[in-house]
Design a protein. Sequence first.
Lengths: 223, 52
Amino acid sequence: MAELAVPIPMTPRTFYTDTALSQNKAKMDAIGKTFYKEIKQAETLTKVPGSLILSLIFTESGGRPAVVSSANAVGLMQMKTQTANDIIYWENKAGRLSAEELAILKKHLGERVNGPLKQKYLSHKIKENNYTGNVIVKADLMKPELNVLLGSMYLGILMDQHQEGEVLRLDKVLVRYNQGYFFKPGTGSVEQTLDLVKGKSKEAYSYILKVVGKNGLLETQGK
Amino acid sequence: MNKLILGAAAAIALYAFTKKKGSTSGTDTSNSSDPAVTATQKATRSVTFYKA
């Protein structure tokens, strides 16, 4: 898997203890083997590092493709149906959908893919989405290939929004993936952002540390 | 007096409508929420690793 242009760990703060490292590594290896094809394909198409994709699959679902959260987030990367629809709309509108990505979307969604492709704005209710603004259903997101591709596209959008000069602010990417697209992570340093997030959501704070903290999932994969 | 009450009620209703229309909480349905990302960014995204 390709890796990240970001110093790992981004912060000396820790979530996982030293004893958790070997267990995490073993579990990530297992998930990585099971979904190697889907992760590698998403990495190739979206240019989001497979190590990051794998870290999120581990954190979000523990590698369970059919898991549904109490917030109705679905599958390996815990995508919500409306978000998945919006991602296709955004990627298409920005001219970022490749022919290969479109072929995978069509393979899983069939004619429904025309919903987000023909939307003129977010949540646009048109005939192609039965005037609902969304064509994606939970069953779609239980398919590993589609879930991982859409989750990676979403990560890619967030990464491009938080590329600050030479620095990729993965902390901000992660908190918005966890807390929602409209979460405002502020303009501070990594440590300042962590303090801000800690004050708003302990869960989101832990989420960042799990991936980019000391003993975090990205560091673990680099060992 | 009744006219005054009706006028106040209409003003409150108009204010509430305007607030609702302009709300940006939750799912924003305006074009301005589209992320300013480009195809070039996606095509040239760096995947080089270095360790701090």
